[in-house]
Ligand binder design. Structure first.
Ligand SMILES: [Zn+2]
Length: 442
């Protein structure tokens, strides 16, 4: 290499060292004249500017109170509202189709529908892990994705077709993301294998005694994994799961088993609770809520899938399931239990051919159920789908509110969502990680 080329290269290197930090210090995108609903549950603030820099929110301030930095792209959003990116805290993104490309239009539909992150609650982690890596690095137009490795008692694996499908090619009950746990299992090793899948949490699903739930949860937390359980891990009760330190507990209707004289042996009858005789405010359920607030356990209510089942296949659920589930969710909320927003679905409604890619994501419908049936204000439902769902996903420090330092995950709306919760569906555009995604393909 000649001396002059060497010098030029050195100059380039020095230039990049000097120039890059200087550029990075300037906000690259300013959203002005917005009404901000920040996700914390605080009232909306009109006439605000949000500065976005390098994928994060760098500042929020009243319009005109600071000069716009030179070179910043300024978007005047007069008359618009902004909420944090919505988080569906209970999806199952993947099904039997193993080709990742199959899921791309679906993921894109979720993102354009305002969903900037999802918590995937079980599937084939070989596929989900790949999609999550691509989504979380913005290589795909997709919500960011956090997922689980599932554990259950050995008998569950013989009974459930879904786990057989999701661990195809592996010995049933021994795939690191679908493990059968018995009293003889080496729990630290099993948890380490689960962690190796890239999962954020263990999902404890079925057929586990309280003693094993306690051991697994303690070891998961020791290894830095979260613990997301079903309320019905029979024979473990909802109270056993909370006492073991579950970070989230899924499905409002299953809380009925906290007050049942005994829990069934078979997890498959879990939706057949005695909703006629057990009151949502039974002392055992109030005690469960108290334990949940003390442990910080979030209720993953998932009302929508049960509402649909009660309407289309009522024999599969106990009589009176929906009024009971709405009442228990309202009571949990009143008692100070944090409630997230999850749909226990692909995230989109189905049409005759599968997920309807033109439809609004179901997270909007679940939020509306909280308002229309469970006594939430629209502000509280937005809080549930943002700050609380981010906490459920283990992402509180990064997401869930519009505040400096958080990811620039935002949904810009054409109408006031605090007046009518259905206005969360009137989307102008979505920002994830500072990138703008519009509905016309931009
Ligand atoms: Zn689920």
């Amino acid at each position: 290499m000649s001396a002059s080329i060497f010098m030029k290269r050195m100059a380039l290197i020095m230039l990049s060292v000097w120039v890059l930090p200087a550029l990075a210090a300037e906000p690259s995108l300013l959203l002005t004249h917005l009404t901000v609903v920040d996700g914390t549950g605080m009232p909306a603030k009109p006439d605000m500017t949000i500065a976005i820099e390098g994928g994060h929110i760098s500042a929020i301030y009243p319009d005109g109170s600071r000069a716009a930095p030179k070179g910043a792209r300024v978007e005047d959003l007069s008359g618009r509202y902004v909420i944090p990116g919505l988080i569906d805290a209970h999806v199952h993104l993947t099904g039997a189709e193993p080709d990742f490309a199959h899921y791309l239009p679906h993921l894109q539909a979720l993102l354009r529908g305002g969903v900037t992150a999802v918590r995937d609650m079980a599937g084939d982690d070989r596929l989900i892990g790949y999609l999550a890596d691509e989504a979380n690095s913005d290589a795909l137009a997709s919500p960011d994705t956090y997922y689980v490795a599932l554990m259950a008692g050995p008998t569950f694996f013989a009974e459930d077709e879904r786990v057989q499908e999701a661990s195809a090619g592996e010995q049933l009950g021994f795939a690191p993301w679908m493990q059968a746990i018995s009293p003889s299992t080496n729990i630290p090793l099993a948890v380490a294998e689960a962690k190796g899948t890239g999962a954020t949490a263990l999902k404890l699903y079925a057929n586990l005694p309280a003693s094993l739930v306690t051991k697994i949860a303690a070891e998961a937390h020791r290894q830095g994994l979260r613990v997301w359980t079903h309320a019905t891990i029979f024979p473990a009760t909802p109270g056993d799961a909370v006492a073991a330190g579950a970070d989230t507990i899924s499905h409002s209707p299953y809380l009925v088993w906290a007050a049942a004289p005994k829990v069934p042996d078979d997890y498959r009858v879990r939706a057949m609770g005695d909703f006629t005789h057990i009151r949502p405010d039974a002392p055992q359920i109030l005690a469960l809520f108290k334990a949940m607030t003390q442990h910080g356990t979030i209720l993953d209510a998932t009302l929508l899938p049960f509402e649909q089942e009660a309407e289309h296949d009522p024999k599969k659920v106990g009589a009176g399931i929906m009024p009971w589930s709405y009442a228990v969710t309202q009571l949990a909320h009143r008692q100070g239990v944090l409630v997230d927003v999850g749909t226990d679905s692909s995230g989109l409604p189905d049409n005759a051919h599968g997920p309807d890619l033109k439809a609004l994501p179901l997270v909007h419908t679940e939020m509306a159920l909280l308002v229309e049936h469970c006594g939430f204000t629209p502000l509280e439902a937005i809080h549930a789908a943002t700050q609380v769902s981010a906490a459920a996903m283990g992402q509180s420090s990064q997401r869930g509110t519009i505040s400096p330092g958080k990811r620039a995950d935002l949904v810009v709306l054409m109408a006031d969502p605090t007046r009518d919760i259905h206005n969360t569906g009137k989307i102008a555009f979505v920002i994830k990680n500072g990138r703008i995604y519009t509905n016309d393909g931009g």
